[in-house]
Design a protein around this ligand. Structure first.
Ligand code: SF4
Ligand code: SF4
Length: 136
């Protein structure tokens, strides 16, 4: 496990897909349902019926997972809906994380240079700054 450099650190995803395999919910908002259904060429209700379930907190929908807890959209080592994946996936680990997350996430710390900015938690305007998130 590497040590973060001093200064402003951005955690750069290494696409290990570990966060697509954890037990728990992958929240999808109504807008995300629309976007993902459109991306898959499905009717929204068909997407809801086929690919979502009630979240554990009962406050909305989660993408379904398989028996081994991996996300249904994790295939061949990548996310099949990467272009429209939920915000929860996009935001980890830079905008949210949890105690001990570095033991289960292979993201590496990189310094943010003066020419780089952040937008919605993601690195933009620099080089090699793809968004970070589950199954990137
Ligand atoms: S990045 Fe894709 S495969 Fe991974 S949890 Fe999110 S939706 Fe599922
Ligand atoms: S954000 Fe997810 S896919 Fe990226 S390195 Fe961390 S655990 Fe792996």
């Amino acid at each position: 496990m590497s040590t973060p450099p001093k200064g402003h650190v951005y955690w750069q995803c290494q696409r290990c897909t570990n966060c697509c395999r954890w037990v728990g919910d992958v929240k999808v908002s109504a807008a995300e349902v629309t976007a993902i259904a459109g991306f898959l060429g499905m009717e929204e209700q068909a997407f809801v019926d086929g690919y979502t379930r009630l979240r554990a907190d009962r406050l909305g929908l989660s993408i379904i997972d398989r028996e081994d807890h991996s996300c249904i959209f994790l295939e061949g080592g990548g996310c099949v809906i990467n272009a429209v994946k939920p915000q929860q996936c996009r935001d980890f680990p830079n905008k949210w994380n949890f105690p001990g997350w570095r033991q289960v996430c292979e993201a590496v710390p990189v310094m943010v240079s003066s020419g780089e900015r952040y937008a919605d938690g993601h690195r933009v305007g620099g080089t090699g700054g793809e968004e970070t998130g589950e199954g990137d």
